[in-house]
Design a protein around this ligand. Structure first.
Ligand code: ZN
Length: 228
């Protein structure tokens, strides 16, 4: 899945407005960023096979650290602990936002199980694989991804309002870029090699996270009964 993950990041702002959109999106796509890092490091592997599924030209045959159920649970727990135990500020008020951040991280696994063929393993390459193969349906992929993305943006916009042009037009830019990348991913040619995939997964997505942090700094959380 691609922009469906971003939709979850947007939506969770409504659940825990104290968390920046940047951090929520980072959590929702963290397993893909890690996959990019592990690809570039030669620790995990996938290959480009045009037509592997109707929507995605990849065969993911070795990515147990970033995309197994146990791996996702470990990363979500690490995210929870990192946020909760961060050395500055008041730790006692951070358990709930830490839990929401961890939920964002683990949501990635659930959404990928919906999209992928059964290549999402429980605990490694020799364990059972999960995957509902939504990627074999173009219409299904468009409906689910754009649906999640639209709901997420609607929730984010209902939870915040812009306090500067960066908050207003920055959000439009972020949404537009994500939709363009999503369409290009589906209808464009396959990537040339896995190195460029790894770079896109890491640097490309971290640039979008940085934009999300900037947008969120330029929007204010709505108070109940006001700013509706
Ligand atoms: Zn993924």
């Amino acid at each position: 899945m691609f922009i469906g993950h971003y939709g979850i990041g947007f939506a969770l702002k409504k659940v825990e407005p104290r968390l920046s959109l940047g951090l929520l999106i980072f959590g929702a796509i963290m397993l893909d960023i890690l996959f990019g890092v592990f690809l570039l490091a030669g620790v995990e592997h996938a290959k480009i096979v045009p037509g592997a599924t109707v929507v995605s030209p990849f065969e993911f045959y070795d990515y147990p650290l970033s995309h197994s159920a146990v791996g996702a649970l470990v990363w979500a727990t690490a995210g929870f602990l990192a946020y909760w135990l961060w050395p500055t500020g008041d730790r006692t008020k951070r358990k709930w936002p830490a839990f929401v951040f961890a939920a964002a991280i683990f949501s990635h696994f659930i959404l990928d199980v919906i999209s992928h063929t059964p290549d999402m393993t429980l605990f490694g390459n020799n364990s059972p694989g999960l995957g509902l193969s939504l990627w074999n349906s173009l219409a299904g992929t468009m409906i689910v991804e754009l649906g999640l993305f639209s709901i997420g943006i609607a929730l984010y916009m209902s939870a915040t309002h812009s306090i500067s042009s960066s908050g207003k037009y920055g959000l439009s830019l972020l949404v537009l870029m994500l939709v363009v990348f999503f369409i290009a991913n589906i209808f464009g040619p396959p990537p040339p090699d896995m190195i460029s995939v790894g770079i896109t997964m890491t640097i490309g997505q971290l640039a979008l996270v940085a934009l999300a942090f900037k947008v969120d700094r330029n929007r204010m959380v709505n108070q109940p009964g006001k700013n509706t």
